[in-house]
Design a protein around this ligand. Structure first.
Ligand code: ATP
Ligand code: MG
Length: 255
């Protein structure tokens, strides 16, 4: 691509989004432009209702922009077919949400295997492969021993790790995370952030993380803020490098 956007994991140009219509029209995004390069961790901050989840969902193809260009991993959402979008969403993008969204009647392993059910049905050998891959994802988040437990038997931090393992199942290039530590206490949240850092550094996964929390944004390579429907960058940049440095102790962050 001549504009160089082929090297970018996310490239947004002048994205607009409003909800409602007529007198009830609520503009949320009013010309957002944002690039994420491969290997970056970017924290997305802003007040409640500023449009963070909206922006994340648009990046993940879970919601559509009214206007503007959205390109993720080279796919132009405005021109892509439903099939291309679904393949990208199910194969190359992992989602992590605040509420974990695990199914209680499945084991941890069963929850991590869920993404495989979006692929065509398969034979016995492939089912074994799915199980091995899910076990590997659980190992990646340090929970291989809990594969046969059910979510209700886990702590909040363990639940979020299972959700992260599920997001990693397809070995995504991009993780989109919406308040991933929002339901966790400080220490558990810190461990989850360290896990994201490790996944970023060892597996090169690019991440866009919506957060309210200083400790997440302090750990990111770059912080962008949504304000009045636009992205503000610059003052909020905490580090020059795209790859996340080692997570700071909370005391250090507070100082
Ligand atoms: N499906 C929808 N229909 C109508 N309005 C919506 C919808 N989704 C979001 N909104 C509105 O769009 C605005 C932005 O919402 P969004 O969820 O993106 O904010 P947010 O920054 O993620 O907030 P929070 O920090 O509370 O999660 C809000 O005013 C919200 O009420
Ligand atoms: Mg939100």
């Amino acid at each position: 691509m001549s504009d160089g956007s082929a090297d970018l994991v996310i490239s947004l140009r002048d994205v607009h989004k409003a909800y409602g219509s007529g007198a009830g029209l609520t503009p949320v995004l009013r010309g957002v432009s944002l690039d994420l390069e491969k290997g970056e961790i970017v924290a997305l901050v802003g007040q409640s209702g500023s449009g963070k989840s909206t922006l994340l969902n648009i990046c993940g193809g879970l919601d559509t922009a009214d206007k503007g260009s959205v390109k993720v991993l080279g796919l132009d959402y405005g021109k892509a077919s439903d099939r291309e979008l679904a393949e990208l969403r199910n194969g190359k993008i992992g989602f992590v949400f605040q509420a974990f969204n695990l199914l209680d009647h499945l084991t941890c392993l069963g929850n991590v295997m869920l993404p495989s059910s979006f692929s065509p049905r398969r034979g016995k050998a492939e089912r074994k492969n799915v199980e091995e891959r899910a076990t590997e994802a659980l190992r990646r988040v340090g929970l291989a021993d809990l594969a046969n437990r059910h979510p209700m038997e886990l702590s909040g931090g363990q639940k979020q790790r299972v959700a992260i393992a599920r997001a990693l199942y397809h070995r995504p290039v991009l993780l989109l995370c919406d308040e991933p530590t929002g339901n966790l206490d400080t220490e558990t949240g810190r461990e989850v952030i360290e896990l994201f850092s490790d996944i970023n550094q060892k597996d090169g996964v690019t991440m866009l993380i919506v957060t309210h929390e200083q400790r997440v944004s302090s750990a990111a390579g770059r912080v962008v803020r949504i304000e009045d429907g636009s992205i503000i960058e610059g003052d909020a940049v905490l580090h020059g490098s795209g790859v996340m440095p080692k997570v700071k102790a909370d005391a250090e962050v507070a100082s």
